[in-house]
Design a protein around this ligand. Structure first.
Ligand SMILES: O=C(O)C1=C[C@@H](OP(=O)(O)O)[C@@H](O)[C@H](O)C1
Ligand SMILES: C=C(OP(=O)(O)O)C(=O)O
Length: 442
């Protein structure tokens, strides 16, 4: 069981005395690591993950797959194809077994990607998690799996806790869902789709679908392990994805750095007029964090993608922004923090679904920035942020890793900010406090 990250401890957020100038090695992507684990577990041969993220969300994913019989060996490799030395996970897929119990913590990727995997196991898989996991939407996955042939016991709310009674196989076929509350519903069904008897055809019928880059990440990673996937972008119908049944290859994959977790460090360069190098920034990626190059440039910085990585430089000026973040919702807390320090107002749009993330992020950002003297209002689908002179105080984090890093960004520019439960960053970036003080040379 992963550690409970709840704590009332206060962390004095370091204040920057000048422009930062640092190289920050950002650990692997949560989204890529957890997809790679699922695909490796479903493959017909062993596979490798090089430089995987080791954080609460990914250890929960590995633990859940192990509970279903998958072997995941941890090694320190001396070399890898393109990855260099570092940690590696070797995944040895086996027939998926039940009964088992899965702790999802508050990981959207675990609670959504694994019920379809559990439907392929040969016994009951019980899913439970943090109190917040009971409130996060899961109906798209539960309803779809039932229509595709799975037996699931839940308490009728379309949410956790629940038991998937794996029958060793699943019919699959066409299914319609409303994924407007989470793109992870679509990703979940596609990831296991090659292992369903008829594959799967997922049709999104709701209003706007958030986080499209994450769906592209799912499709790209499926194709990389040999799956055939038809998408709207490859000439298919709008909002329809089709996965053909077939065996998946075991691959040797080096995990990219988590570009959304690079955000606070780029923000540090932006707001202090400094410079940060993020090594291994991929030249081509589906990660939503890549949009930061454009967004933080519009907010006053500049960037250069070099052979060493991404060099991001602040100009000393920080501008407000009017931006639709529906594709890149997980970047919202960090952008809101920078916007609170800008020289003009900002409007962040297209992110109503953030109310059902780790916490209600729109309410949490509004309350916490305003309690430091800010002027933020919630809109139907985002935030209006009018910069004010901020003062120190306690920044509450609601067990949300991105609230903690947002508070740290503000603390760089505002003296006396104390972050409650900075340990909650362990969800995706356990080393955050050390990386942050290291960046500041402290
Ligand atoms: O598939 C993924 O890895 C993710 C998809 C997004 O979820 P939503 O579409 O629910 O916002 C994103 O916010 C989350 O951090 C990771
Ligand atoms: C929304 C997030 O996570 P999850 O995978 O739990 O949905 C996030 O990391 O910002």
């Amino acid at each position: 069981m992963a550690p409970n990250t709840a704590s009332t401890a206060l962390w004095p957020a370091p204040h920057a005395s000048g422009a930062v100038d640092a190289t920050v090695h950002v650990p692997g992507s949560k989204s890529v690591t957890n997809r790679a684990l699922v695909l490796a577990a479903l493959a017909s041969e062993p596979g490798w993950l090089r430089r995987p993220l080791r954080s609460r969300d990914t250890l929960l994913m590995a633990g859940a797959l192990r509970a279903m019989g998958v072997e995941i060996e941890e090694t320190v490799s001396s070399s890898s194809s393109g990855g260099g030395a570092g940690e590696a996970w070797r995944v040895l897929p086996t027939g998926l077994r039940g009964p088992a119990t899965v702790d999802v913590g508050n990981a959207g990727t675990v609670m959504r990607f694994l019920p379809p995997v559990a439907a392929l196991a040969d016994g009951p898989i019980r899913f439970d998690g943090d109190p917040r996991s009971y409130e996060r939407p899961l109906h798209g996955v539960i309803d779809a799996l039932r229509r595709l042939g799975a037996r699931i016991d839940d308490d009728g709310r379309g949410a956790l806790p629940l038991t998937v009674h794996g029958g060793g196989a699943l019919d699959g076929g066409p299914v319609s869902i409303d994924a407007s509350s989470s793109s992870q519903f679509v990703s979940a069904l596609l990831l296991s789709g090659p292992r369903f008897n008829q594959g799967v055809e997922v049709r999104h019928t709701g209003t706007a679908l958030p986080s499209m880059p994450h769906i592209r990440m799912t499709v790209d990673m499926l194709r990389a392990v040999g799956a055939q996937v038809d998408t709207p972008e490859s000439g298919g119908e709008p909002n329809v994805w089709r996965v053909t049944p077939g065996a998946l290859l075991g691959r040797d994959l080096t995990i990219e750095p988590d570009l959304s977790n690079a955000q606070p460090f780029l923000a540090a360069a932006l707001i202090t007029g400094g410079k940060v190098l993020i090594p291994d920034w991929p030249a081509r990626t589906t990660q939503p964090g890549d949009r930061l190059r454009e967004i933080f440039t519009e907010m006053g910085g500049s960037c250069d993608l070099t052979e060493f990585g991404l060099v991001f430089t602040g100009s000393g000026a920080v501008h407000g922004i009017d931006v639709d973040l529906s594709d890149v919702g997980e970047l919202t807390p960090g952008i809101a923090a920078v916007a609170a320090l800008a020289d003009s107002p900002s409007t962040l749009r297209g992110v109503a679904h953030l109310r059902l993330h780790e916490t209600d992020r729109l309410a949490a950002l509004t309350k916490e920035i305003n309690e430091l003297g800010g002027d933020v209002t919630e809109t139907a689908d985002g935030l209006h942020i009018r910069p004010r002179t901020l003062h120190g105080g306690t920044f509450h984090t609601y067990e949300d890793h991105r609230m903690a890093t947002a508070g740290a960004i503000i603390g760089l520019a505002v003296e006396g900010v104390r972050i409650e439960n900075v340990a909650t960053t362990a969800k995706t970036l356990p080393d955050f406090p050390e990386l942050w003080t290291g960046m500041l040379g402290q």
